[in-house]
Design a binder for this molecule. Structure first.
Ligand code: PRT
Ligand code: ZN
Length: 226
């Protein structure tokens, strides 16, 4: 759909783990912005590429609606929101274009240390605390297991100790948070990292040309980093 814009708009996380590396990557592509990083909108100085600084969870929706053309977001967020859309039967107009090599983590199922883990069948009838309900339900369906998904938007790892859930499904990087909560990872549902996301549909020709230019530069930067 025509946006009526002639400047490419990229959504990145305002405050969080991906904010600095996302800006650094775009900076390495030779882009710079007039506004300071604490502003919500950064006007591109030397190319028709502007930034919108938002909550990471809003990035897929901004692309879906065409308010932004590209975004940098964790694959975990992108896959969760497309799983949600699959559940509701309305396909998403966003997809992963490139893996960016930072923000690495995994979405793991973790159980209390004293469990003797035999496999997914053990989860039958259990309660799983997670911030990724659609991804977790999709995985449970694949495994043919019926379990209750308890949605928590923070402090997921404490749920078993509080008696809110039996096990958790959460992001893990070093594993220290699981250890501190007497949990152990037994199965990975998703390998995640920051990704460049874009629409499934074609961009307007002028925006598409700018996006192609940016993708070529990103590919160049990623090659050098490897
Ligand atoms: O405010 P906003 O909504 O934008 O930010 P947010 O709080 O939702 O996200 P943020 O900044 O915490 O994370 C952004 C993205 O970074 C995530 O979506 C992931 O793609 C990626 N990432 C990489 C991580 C981690 N590593 C990570 N370890 N996100 C979260 N964690 C958390 C995890 O949830 C757990 O609580 O860190 C804890 C575990 O860490 P370890 O090292 O103890 O295993
Ligand atoms: Zn978030």
């Amino acid at each position: 759909a025509p946006t009526g814009r002639d400047r490419l708009r990229i959504a990145i996380q305002k405050n969080g783990r991906l904010s600095e590396p996302a800006r650094a990557l775009l900076g390495s592509c030779g882009l710079s912005w007039r506004e300071s990083p604490d502003k919500l909108f950064c006007y591109g100085d030397n190319a028709p590429v502007d930034l919108l600084l938002v909550r990471d969870d809003d990035i897929p929706g901004l692309i879906d609606s065409g308010l932004c053309d590209l975004g940098i977001v964790g694959r975990n967020v992108l896959v969760e929101q497309s799983s949600e859309r699959d559940e509701s039967g309305t396909p998403a107009n966003f997809r992963e274009l490139r893996a960016l090599g930072f923000g690495g983590c995994r979405l793991s199922l973790a159980v209390p240390n004293d469990w003797d883990w035999q496999g997914a069948a053990q989860l039958q009838g259990k309660r799983i605390a997670t911030s990724y309900p659609a991804l977790t339900r999709a995985w449970l369906r694949e495994q043919g297991v019926a379990a209750d998904v308890v949605v928590l938007n923070g402090s997921v790892e404490i749920a078993p100790r509080l008696g809110q859930a039996d096990v958790v499904c959460d992001l893990v990087s070093s594993g220290a948070t699981l250890v501190a909560n007497q949990l152990k990872p037994v199965c990975d549902l998703l390998q995640s990292e920051a990704v460049l996301a874009g629409p499934v549909a074609e961009l307007d020709p002028q925006l598409a040309e700018t996006a192609q230019m940016l993708l070529r530069r990103i590919d160049g930067v990623l090659r050098i980093r490897d």
